[in-house]
Design a protein around this ligand. Structure first.
Ligand code: PMP
Length: 438
């Protein structure tokens, strides 16, 4: 059945939803029962013709918005030449040009080299492979609440059991977790570092550890920034023991935090970063950017993949980087973040609204939690879910996250206009209203 032959109306979504449930594995969740028809910058229309303001950005992929004209133009020009050769068969200039741009942006001193993949999980998995090859060591340390992907290795690194790990059998060996320091959950930097010294005493010698992996701002875990003091101490410990420090910038990268990479807020230089999501403005592309000496540690053929660094996605990414410069999106991220934080701060303590925590997070990587009482800290995941559902009814796409699902996160395009942003924030406020709860 061709969807365009159906009359407009809600049954278009319902009809597709029934087909989706019949045909698509139940293992993939969808936050809404809606189906996309078209999208433009920070707005998306469903197949029933209804408009939604997009505060989800395809889970942090659309920092330059849906279908940015510069990205569309670059992709179209690439489509007219070739769409795939496999970099391993016949290389192409857009891949090289993009790695040159990424190397120049690398948040560390000294020469950098990069390699491209298709998904964030692939990037993290390959960063671990590079670290293991470069150090000759097996161990990898990650943090509770972290999200690094759903492949077998990245699932093991991910610090959340349900729904990511519990059905999938034994974990690959040599992966360890430290408690992530989040004030919200009563864990300090000292607590994390104490756990690290216990880990070195009880489970694995530091000389057996290849890398420590962490998100500069935890994404799925609730937009908790890794404190600068943690980064600084981890850097010292890594230097002392020859361990590599990997910053997973898949969600925090490409301007979301007001800097090109979230780790730049800490002043600490990692050895590798992983990139994906907003790198290519909606096209599947990921990469590892690392210190040049490390990036050559693997023998030719040890890394790669048929689609890694698709020329179409590389063309999109080169345009994305131009858009960042020309539209000054890093400064824009800070201005958007200020606007969001000011509004959310005004929701705190209001008796007519569901209780929320103050906003947190750098730049436009802003989130807040729903809690059971004003000034309290007990998470209210059911209310967060209800707020997202109410927002959707009013035409706003909102994503939740957090260890308990209590967090509302903000991932709107950095190209969003002030008027659409304010319209979205008005809907958010209305969706928090208790008057509406009955
Ligand atoms: N790392 C981080 C920090 C992420 O946020 C995600 C995706 N949410 C991933 C890795 C995995 O990326 P992908 O879904 O593209 O495999």
């Amino acid at each position: 059945m061709d969807i365009d032959t159906l009359p407009m109306g809600e049954d278009r979504n319902a009809g597709l939803l029934a087909r989706r449930h019949a045909a698509v594995s139940g293992g993939v969740a969808t936050a809404t029962g809606l189906f996309a028809d078209r999208a433009e910058n920070a707005e998306i229309w469903d197949v029933a013709g209804r408009r939604y303001i997009d505060f989800a950005g395809g889970i942090g992929v659309l920092n330059v918005g849906h279908r940015h004209p510069r990205v569309m133009d670059a992709v179209q020009r690439q489509l007219a030449r070739y769409t795939h050769t496999a970099f391993q068969v016949m290389a192409y200039e857009p891949y090289v040009a993009l790695t040159e741009r990424l190397n120049a942006l690398a948040p560390f001193d000294g020469p950098a080299k990069s390699i491209l993949f298709s998904t964030g999980a692939e990037a993290v998995e390959n960063a671990v492979k590079i670290a293991r090859a470069a150090t000759g060591r097996p161990g990898v340390i990650a943090f509770t609440g972290a999200f690094h992907g759903r492949t077998a290795l990245t699932m093991a690194l991910t610090g959340k059991v349900a729904p990511y790990k519990r059905a999938f059998g034994s974990s690959p060996p040599d992966i360890y977790h430290l408690p992530f320091p989040a004030e919200r959950y009563g864990v300090s930097v000292d607590d994390s570092l104490k756990a690290l010294s216990f880990l070195f005493a009880a489970d694995i010698a530091p000389a057996q550890v290849a890398a420590i992996v962490l998100e500069p701002v935890q994404g799925e875990g609730g937009f908790h920034p890794a404190p600068a003091a943690l980064f600084a101490r981890l850097r010292e410990i890594c230097d002392l023991h020859g361990v590599l420090l990997i910053a997973d910038e898949v969600q925090s990268g490409f301007g979301r935090t007001g800097r090109m990479f979230g780790v730049e807020h800490s002043g600490v230089q990692p050895d590798m970063i992983t990139v994906a999501k907003s790198l290519a403005g909606g096209f599947p592309l990921a990469g590892v950017v690392g210190r040049a000496a490390l990036m050559d540690a693997v023998e030719p053929g040890g890394l790669g993949g048929t689609y890694g660094g698709s020329p179409v996605a590389c063309a999109a990414a080169l345009a994305v980087l131009d858009v960042f410069e020309d539209e000054e999106l890093l400064a824009r991220a800070d201005r958007i973040g200020d606007r969001v934080r000011t509004r959310v701060a005004g929701f705190v303590g209001r008796n007519d609204l569901a209780p929320v925590t103050p906003p947190r997070g750098p730049g436009a990587m802003v989130a807040f939690d729903l809690v059971t009482s004003h000034g309290g800290s007990t998470p209210d995941a059911a209310m967060a879910k209800r707020v997202a559902a109410r927002a959707l009814e009013r035409g706003l796409l909102l994503l939740t996250c957090g260890l308990f699902g209590e967090t509302i996160r903000f991932l709107a395009p950095l190209t969003i206009s002030d008027s659409v942003l304010d319209e979205g924030l008005d809907i958010l406020e209305a969706s928090l209203s208790l008057a509406d709860a009955a």
